[in-house]
Design a protein around this ligand. Structure first.
Ligand code: NAD
Length: 353
């Protein structure tokens, strides 16, 4: 991999390679863009096959965070950290050493919890740095606000697709009824929508049946149901060359991260099928909005108000995609890049004045 060439192409500002012998630690912190604010991005611990795979993950995910924050209209940039380690070898000493690296960036990078990092680990990291979010849980966790964002995204998609604000009677298939899926069901049920749910854990669907009128579907069947909206709220990579041919829902709007197996290929496949896809990092930004608000001093009213931007942003994205004949995924990127460029120009003007 040509390191500087790759970094230049992807537009990163800074990559920090963190190394320590005692305790043994290897980590990469990627800061993609801080035009809008400090780079926010969770820390992932993973036994990567090699260093290149770890670096690629950090580069890709940090760039995604820039787009996510810009679309969410919050003053934050994009970052991501990966610790290269087997979860079994994780120690508090290692996490504290990592925390000191985060601290050395003096607030340019603010991190939180991702794969193989627990709330306990985040608290351990926070012993060495204040630049950590998700420690206080003042908001009671991100799932309710994420679900609200997804619900608002569904509203925007229905309005754009069918020029109606009426949700009653529409059929929604929800894949995965964990923290977000369950909260989403509540919003949809309140609107009188017909719910079809699946989960690989039958306890979750049984629990849901006691709360709302839902039809439980086999996990293999949920994606191909003849419904109005498919809401992936379980796994990444669910929209791929094997699944897209079976999709019948004209709208895809769900919380799962990285829904597209391959961003370019599969967003185009969806567009060709006439499916309106709500880019995952736009519709599920409630979680980021939540941690951002925890960082600046949690105010529930303010956080919930910000989440309503998801509705307007998605409508804007759908219009850009239609006008410019591009996929909604590309339209979201264009919107984010424009917001960043406008801020860059205003900053340059301020400096010149
Ligand atoms: P969760 O673990 O609470 O729920 C996921 C559910 O999906 C579980 O009940 C699991 O049993 C089920 N599941 C797993 N594989 C499945 C399959 N093949 N078919 C059907 N069900 C399956 O997670 P969550 O917090 O509800 O998050 C859901 C998704 O949204 C994840 O992809 C997550 O990364 C993303 N997300 C969550 C938040 C948040 O605020 N929690 C924010 C942004 C994005």
């Amino acid at each position: 991999m040509l390191l500087f060439e790759t970094v230049r192409e992807m537009g990163h500002e800074q990559i920090l390679f963190c190394h320590g012998k005692n305790p043994d630690i290897r980590a990469i912190i990627a800061i993609h863009d801080t035009t809008l604010g400090p780079a926010m991005g969770a820390t992932r611990l993973f036994p990567y096959l090699n260093e290149e795979a770890a670096l690629k993950d950090a580069l890709r995910l940090s760039r995604g965070m820039t787009y996510k924050a810009a679309c969410a209209n919050i003053p934050a940039g994009g970052g991501k950290a990966v610790i290269i380690a087997n979860p079994e070898n994780k120690t508090d000493e290692m996490l504290r050493a990592y925390g000191r690296f985060v601290n050395s960036l003096n607030g340019r990078f603010i991190t939180g919890q991702d794969v193989n990092i627990t709330p306990h680990d985040v608290r351990t990291i926070s012993q060495e740095t204040n630049f950590v979010v998700g420690v206080s849980e003042k908001s009671g966790g991100p799932a309710p606000i994420t679900a609200l964002g997804v619900f608002l995204g569904i509203k925007a998609a229905v309005e754009f697709r069918w020029q109606t604000q009426r949700l009653e009677g529409l059929k929604v298939a929800i894949q995965g009824v964990g923290n977000v899926g369950k909260n989403l069901c509540r919003h949809l049920h309140e609107q009188g929508m017909k719910l079809y749910v699946s989960d690989v854990n039958p306890v979750k669907t049984e629990e849901l049946k006691k709360l709302f009128d839902v039809t439980v579907v086999n996990p293999d069947e949920i994606i191909s149901l003849d419904v109005d909206i498919f809401a992936p709220c379980a796994l990444g990579g669910i929209l791929n060359s094997h699944t897209i041919p079976f999709l019948q829902a004209p709208i895809i709007a769900g919380a799962a991260n990285n829904q597209l197996g391959n961003e370019q290929l599969h967003s185009q496949m969806l567009a060709k099928k006439g499916i309106l896809y709500c880019p995952d990092y736009v519709i599920n930004a409630g979680g980021l909005i939540n941690v951002y608000n925890e960082m600046i001093g949690y105010d529930e009213e303010k956080a919930f108000k910000q989440v309503h931007n998801i509705y307007y942003t998605l409508l804007e994205i759908f219009h850009i995609a239609k006008q410019q004949g591009i996929t909604t995924n590309d339209a979201a990127k264009r919107l984010a890049e424009d917001r960043i460029l406008n801020t860059k120009h205003s900053k340059a003007k301020e400096i010149a004045a």
